[in-house]
Design a protein around this ligand. Sequence first.
Ligand code: GLV
Ligand code: MN
Length: 195
Amino acid sequence: SDPDSLQDFCVADLNASISINGFPCIPASKVSASDFFYDLSKEGITNTSNLNFSVTPANVLSFPAVNTLGIAMNRVDFGPGGLNPPHSHPRATEMGLVLDGSILVGFVTTSNVYYSKVLTPGEVFVIPRGLVHFQKNVGNGKGIVFTSFNSQMPGVVISSTTLFGSQPPMPNEVLTQAFQVDDAVVNSIKSKFGS
Ligand code: GLV
Ligand code: MN
């Protein structure tokens, strides 16, 4: 859903001194084959939090060749029980392919309807742009999902950290009223997300 490109490619100059919507191109004479290839073969480190998952992005920041091409990917690794927590992408629809594990994929529509399915290797899913979704590896072994996006920079809004981990913090009077709980509950959740 990004704008159409006006040329074959525009490998991003991530260090350009001007700031535009996207990135300026490095000169075509400085582009080489290696710019158009990126390695997602490495397993991410999943055990660094209780979520037990890891995202390795191939978006314009890590893979500058996708600049202006309206496309990006992620490699998502899961340990047993690992969770990619509820989040949304403001700028892209997501399509994913399960390569390993038993992956519970779920999303909620703007009408508050929840759709979900447990997928096994070879199966794909689609998450319409902007909707809150998650994946959880409900299998006993590792899980691997490759996701793709129709944006060079889909963006990610993680529901938990957005509400309970912002800096500066969202006021408790907003969160206690929104979630109909008391300050102790809000403070307890905030303490887990550093806000
Ligand atoms: C999965 O939801 C991802 O954003 O890669
Ligand atoms: Mn996603």
